[in-house]
Ligand binder design. Structure first.
Ligand SMILES: [Zn+2]
Length: 398
């Protein structure tokens, strides 16, 4: 059996009073964080030692009995303790050189958020939060497993989201390499989002990819034109965030449909590691497409894992569009603008289709050599999350 972690993410629909309560909880978290950080710094200056979590948590309990800080009682105590644990964690990360020294949180700069380690449940389309009560959510799918921790975050455009973490186990099945007929190579690109090795019609990049780029560019220009610190600038920023969120929803919906369909049709899926491919593109084209490629790969990873299918990621240096698949000769003169080319051996190639076929063949080779299997073993740490906003992506049930 292997243990997996699944994260459900839902947009919340708080009433005005509830939104106020959520903001207050996030405010209390910020206060506790800043207080804890200040205490740790004082303690270190005085004694040259770190102030441990338990001592700090005890001090926090004392604060609740003092009149000027009695308001802390209104906040969920576990969420506040969790804040001190998060603070400890950020110190550990700093000492391990994984992050910078923890800083004080600022209401303007830092996104409102808090986390409750236990006790948060989803009942009848509502998330039940200690001290706040049941808050409606856009529940796009049932929550089947018991959930462990819940993180509440307010997005840049002011919407609240909850992420619930659940753990589940699945039996380990022997992974038998798939047959070539059930294996597909996928070439990802800017004009056609995906070209498949089976020779079917390429899947064009959705129109909203381009539209989103245009809209973003315009909205970002507006932000830069407005006076720093002004209300209008803040408004323009929220507009940018809103476009980002809407685009992400549309994009994920498109990707969920595509990845689910591909996994339904095939047992082996081969893709290229794309981290380098975007370098040649302009900055904005890159941002939308890179996000799509990254998200597509993430979806393929966890969907393959949960459906016991093979995913092979080919090295980024593999010459997928340059290599003739008839004679293995390399066309070193191929440029980015060449959509088709002829090999000296007489074979005619369509660039994207050739790449998809080469990716499939390389994937099959790696599967046969057992190289992809070690990759599969590493994939148990995939952390999928579900987008549950507006347009509902179809999510494969286990
Ligand atoms: Zn050739």
């Amino acid at each position: 059996m292997s243990k997996f972690r699944k994260v459900y993410r839902f947009r919340m629909k708080p009433t005005k009073a509830q939104a106020h309560a959520l903001n207050r909880m996030a405010g209390a978290r910020r206060w506790v964080w800043n207080w804890g950080l200040a205490r740790k710094r004082e303690h270190y200056k005085e004694f040259g030692k770190t102030l441990a979590y338990h001592a700090l948590a005890a001090e926090l309990t004392v604060l609740k009995t003092k009149p000027e800080t009695a308001w802390l009682k209104e906040a969920d105590s576990q969420a506040m303790q969790q804040t001190l644990k998060d603070l400890d964690r950020s110190f550990v990360n700093f000492f391990d050189r994984r992050s910078r020294f923890p800083t004080f949180k600022n209401r303007k700069r830092d996104r409102a958020r808090f986390r409750i380690p236990q006790r948060v449940k989803v009942v009848d389309g509502k998330v039940v939060i200690p001290k706040i009560g049941p808050v409606r959510i856009y529940q796009s799918q049932p929550v089947d497993e018991p959930t462990k921790s819940a993180t509440f975050r307010r997005s840049a455009d002011g919407k609240w989201y909850v992420s619930l973490t659940a753990e589940f186990e699945m039996p380990d099945l022997p992974l038998v390499p798939p047959c070539p007929e059930r294996t597909v190579g996928i070439d990802l690109g800017l004009i056609d989002f995906a070209t498949l090795s089976d020779g079917s019609e390429p899947i064009p990049a959705p129109k909203f990819f381009r539209k989103a780029q245009k809209k973003l560019r315009k909205a970002q220009r507006t932000v830069s034109r407005r006076k720093p610190g002004s209300k209008r600038k803040t408004k323009a920023r929220i507009q940018v965030a809103r476009i980002h969120r809407k685009t992400a929803n549309q994009r994920n919906d498109f990707l969920h449909k595509l990845s689910t369909e591909l996994i339904g049709k095939h047992d082996g899926l081969c893709i290229e590691d794309l981290s380098v491919k975007g370098l040649a593109k302009t900055k904005l084209a890159k941002s939308v497409n890179d996000a799509a490629w990254g998200e597509f790969r993430r979806q393929l990873e966890y969907k393959c894992l949960w459906n016991r299918k093979h995913l092979v990621v080919i090295d980024r240096w593999f010459p997928s569009s340059k290599m003739c698949n008839a004679c293995s000769a390399l066309n070193v003169r191929l440029t980015l603008s060449d959509r088709e080319w002829d090999c000296d051996c007489g074979a005619h190639h369509k660039r994207d289709l050739l790449a998809a076929c080469n990716i499939r063949d390389e994937g099959l080779r790696m599967l046969a050599a057992g190289q992809a299997e070690s990759q599969n073993a590493r994939r148990t740490s995939v952390r999928p999350h579900f987008e549950a906003v507006g347009v509902e992506p179809r999510i494969p049930r286990l």
